[in-house]
Design a protein around this ligand. Sequence first.
Ligand SMILES: O=CCCCC(=O)O
Length: 471
Amino acid sequence: MPHIATTNPATGQVLKTYEAMSTEQLDGAIERTHLAYQQLRATTVDQRARWMNAAADLLDAERDEIARIMTTEMGKTYASAQAEVTKCATAARFYADQAPAFLADEPADSAAVKATRAFIRYQPIGVVLAVMPWNFPLWQVMRFAAPALMAGNTGLLKHASNVPQTALLLEDVFRRAGFPEGAFTTVLVGSDAVDRILSDPRVRAATLTGSEPAGRSIAQIAGRELKKTVLELGGSDPFVVMPSADVDRAAEVATTARCQNNGQSCIAAKRFIVHTDVFDAFAEKFAANMAALRVGDPMDADTDVGPLASERGRDEVHAQVRDAVDKGATVLCGGELPGGDGWFYPPTVVTDLTPQMRMWSEEVFGPVAGLFRVSSYEEAIEVANGTSFGLGSNAWTRDPDEQERFATDLDAGNVFVNGMTTSYPELPFGGVKNSGYGRELSALGMREFCNTKTVWVGEGVASAGAGAHAE
Ligand SMILES: O=CCCCC(=O)O
């Protein structure tokens, strides 16, 4: 039986447990979501925008209570949980505003294809399964749900088993906002149910944010079933600092980039690759900033870093650090398991890493930074691109030529120059290599789950021109 429960990571206390759905209940949930699709696809984009704006208003109005639940379920600081709720409301409004333009018919060169009219029409495809992680328990779901529902698709959410309350409350928000019953449905099941769900003919596609093994497993099922997937998997983002960089600012942003969300973000900077000319200055400031972070109760406004989400996650992070230390790495700060309740881990900086150490190539999902010294641009690129991941990346340089080169040479889905990788509704988000494929957010994210339909109209039909339709 899957263990679906709210366990407070700050205390280790189990607060609420849930029974997994039976096969019959799951089938009923799929059917409701499928029937809701028949309804939603027949609504206008303006109607859906009204519901989406109402969902945004509910999120704003209930922000503090939602944030408290998120903090209790996965340990992020209360302030960052509040910011996450606000970001979700912003994304909902963004898609409510932009959907008419993103879904409008796109005229093509009709003369070139010997048509009276030729255009592209974006239409929904049906029920989309969303398998989502606990680290940004509201945002990861919303960045799928807002574009999907605005396109006229319906969503079936299989959330991580440690954030059931957040999963259920989002279903409730969409229902109260006015979306048809079943338009967004949470299923409380373990990952063993994913094969059954994705094999169901009523489910047309899947999106997953999660680990590389989870991505491989979904892709395998979807391949067998010939269903579209978007995968956003792990990352071990490089953060490169070159001699012309503002080192103080880079060290400050590096600290936030590594420890955001208690170090548990796929786009957290994880490998700090610093040119030898500024290495010592950067290392000193960065380690001092990391050591100064306050670790503690995530509900406390003075806390910078709360607990990791699970005991297993913390054990894994510590094992990666111990592996490096046992093989000769140097710890500049942190690295010791604290005593007491809760799954806390101190901000840690480790240097003198070698390819034999797990930290060299693996993603570290906690507030632990690997620090690398390089002596040229070419070496920085080689180390930065030297993992199987390619999600986000950061480069710090005031040299305009270098900025251009980094934008081209970093093998990643996102390059942020003199700033920290983050996601915006306006910009596409996703990775290359083992970080996954497909894009979320922006118009591209909405169209991933649309039927991009070519329409060609020959002679004998009154020409009305394309561009008016938005389903
Ligand atoms: O684990 C992935 C984190 C994504 C965070 C964001 O979208 O800002």
